[in-house]
Design a protein around this ligand. Sequence first.
Ligand code: WT7
Length: 661
Amino acid sequence: MSDEPEEQDVRLEARLTEQDTFEPSEEFVEQANVSDPSIYEEFEDEWPECWEQAADFLEWESEYDEVLLEDDAPTYQWFAGGELNASYNCLDRHVEDGRGDAVAIEWEGEPGESRTYTYSELLAEVEALAATLRELGVEEDDVVTMYMPMIVELPIAMLACARIGAPHSVVFAGFSAEALATRMNDADSEYLLTADGYYRRGDALDHLSKTDEGLADVDRETTTVVVDRLGDELEHELGEGQYDYDELVAEHEGESVEPVPRDAEDMLFLMYTSGTTGKPKGVKHTTAGYLAYAAWTSHAVLDLEPEDTYWCSADIGWITGHSYIVYGPLTLGTTTVMYEGTPDYPEKDRFWQIVEDYEVDVFYTAPTAVRAFMKWGTEYPEKRDLSSLRLLGTVGEPINPRAWKWYYKHIGGEECPIVDTWWQTETGGHMITTLPGVCDMKPGAAGPGLPGHDVRIVDAKGEEVESGRAGYLTVQKPWPGMLRTLYRNDERFLNEYWIEYSDPEADEWVYFPEDGAKVDDDGYITVLGRVDDVINVAGHRLGTMEVESATVGVEGVAEAAVVGGDHDLKGEAVYIYAIVEDGREPGEDLEAEIVEAIVDGIGPIAKPEQIIFTPELPKTRSGKIMRRLLEDIASGTDIGNTSTLRNPEVVEDIQEQVSDD
Ligand code: WT7
């Protein structure tokens, strides 16, 4: 936590808002996968055995002995003793069930071309790639990195790895070369799957040069497989240790590769995410617990059925895409839609065209996208037939009631429930949200904890706060989809997530997600945002320290403080306050250098909204930078009393600069 506890509580209080209530339609409830409210009681009474219901969504190679083992808490073990394979669960079982011709993936490229993969076709290509990876030397437990855009080869690569028991680590294609190298080095990963490029707003973007730049900084010798996405649009050459995807896969076409039985607790994948320090954290997810939880939440929250066509507009480079484009929907045998590009290309109705063309039943997106749709106006959704939609969802950041109501009315036609799903990279799947066939909805509040969860809002001492008051969000019982550790950093895992309110004597561990929240009398939770030095830009998690370290790496920058400020579309945006060394001119040139350093170090998502040069940063008498004050200035909110500062005179000057821009 960045600020003193008392200070933080006051701040969180200021984020509270009013709410009203909406009910799901009878029609929705009648067909819902879960519509009996007794599920909450049942999961409470029968905990942890209730989670067998999640495990039942999987086909096991050998049955598990225990639902939950708490011996090594807080590294819990779920479904211990069981063996299974995730790729078998996403593919073979459906083919064996006679659903081989059902569509697994509908893919649409930004220029408009489409590709359809049935479950049989997907299985065949996954096997060919699995055989390829083996031939290249990939062994069970080797971490294989993917640095790929939204093309079908990405989920194929993930499933091929899962098939041979090689954990994958997907790095978002929008991240920089440096970010790729850091993650590959941290995971000692020697294998990479990438692409020559992809389309963005009509342009063919070169991705391979960025990959090569990253590979130059990887400590180990690497083998790279390159998908040719752009064809003649962008010529590329393969270097040493680099192979063409199509050629390799063609060589192995028709080969069958048996799915490797994996222990329930074997790692399925690593996913790097931002934390309070500059170093990203490798969140470790396991095979059984994660997959069972992704499937169960896809069933209970997203209401997915095998017959559905479902579209989640996230990128697979984030956890949302892992759980709710790939693993959840495919385990359930659903048709999952993938789209390569942006929502406003060639026109601002692109998403609604996709919903219309594929007759999407369930649509899941981010509040930042909803706010953009709202700004663009109702004419775009009105041009298209959205009547196939049954359920809508949001994820990644709080959705403000105005955007919620717009989404409800103009996309859902006031007939589709909305699930506002709170969760994290670390939780593997949904944690706090309404069950759409059971609960009323309150715009702005995510909902109660899902069945089987014990979510409590506490104060700095760990005591539960009164309803309506702001406090810290905690999860007080383990769940199958939880992270098991941070890769090769058990200590950081323990310190970051568990130490705060845990009482080792009592052997009771409390998970602390670093979010502020309030709970109402009816148990509905409103998430108020991060309480650590992590900001949420357009639903993407960014560590302010990562941006700070890129900024101070620029010659002439002496010190920098990076904070999040409110932003109409992005939710939060990056604001940089920088002190310049003597002899260096603050101005456009330096600004450009800082932006470049950030794009090179992290990626374009971290580009600052504004850079404010200042001779000093506001500090407390003890010399701590007053980040809270800098956040308020960036957001244009009332900054209150500054008399406790060591240097109150700098505040006015900074404020003027921010409002001038
Ligand atoms: C952080 C996790 C969950 C997948 C995408 C982001 C914020 C997420 C909500 C929501 C309010 C939300 C939290 C959380 N967040 N969903 N529905 N309402 N805040 O995953 O990158 O791990 O970020 O996103 O602050 O801690 P992530």
